[in-house]
Write a protein that binds this ligand. Structure first.
Ligand code: GRF
Length: 191
């Protein structure tokens, strides 16, 4: 794959938990063909396991824990402006961003979701997919708009569900695909 020739895009990743997608994006950001540079990682949960991946790579981390969305977002907006962030990657970020916030960063926020959107928006996707006896599931990278998991789709990967799959085995197989399509979706946006 060819080297990314432009100036790397200042990127922030938002997480709330384990951070396997974050870790994957960090590794991707170091590749020559990657258009992104991760300037900081934000978490609304100070115990998010994923913070250690950023710390290990000496990437700045910020936690703002305020329960009041407007206070949290105002602090966050200040930080994003200060660091001149042009792309926000949500990676297991469990807080719903306000309309105001999304409008401010219009077209600059993307998310990964463990289903074939527009099916199975929201939480607990694998259990619902199995309950409905779906034959396929997958994952989606999409732009974020003010409706939950409803922004324009950038990239999807479909996988077959096996007869003996349970929510855990499915989550594991879908996650492997998530790690492939998130970088690919970023390459697609900036190609
Ligand atoms: C992933 O399944 C992602 O699609 C969803 O939350 C999970 C986060 O996993 N939005 P991780 O924290 O990236 O490991």
């Amino acid at each position: 794959m060819k080297r990314y020739s432009g100036k790397k895009i200042s990127t922030a990743v938002f997480i709330s938990g384990r951070g396997s997608n974050l870790q994957n994006l960090i590794n991707f950001s170091y590749k020559k063909q990657s258009p992104i540079e991760i300037k900081f990682v934000f978490s609304n949960n100070k115990n998010a396991g994923g913070l250690k991946h950023a710390k290990n790579k000496k990437i700045n981390t910020f936690c703002i824990l305020n329960k009041k969305t407007s206070i949290l977002e105002n602090k966050l907006i200040e930080l994003l402006n200060k660091k001149k962030i042009k792309l926000i990657c949500l990676a297991g970020f469990m807080k719903i961003l306000s309309r105001k916030f999304i409008k401010k960063f219009k077209g600059k926020i993307i998310n990964i979701h463990p289903s074939l959107l527009p099916k199975y928006k929201g939480l607990d996707t694998h259990r619902r997919v199995l309950e409905n006896k779906e034959i396929y599931t997958g994952c989606t990278v999409h732009h974020v708009n003010s409706k939950l998991d409803a922004g324009k789709i950038i990239l999807q990967k479909k996988i077959k569900i096996f007869r003996n799959d349970n929510a855990k085995s499915l989550a594991k197989r879908v996650l492997l695909e998530e790690h492939k399509i998130y970088p690919k979706a970023i390459l697609k946006i900036y190609s």
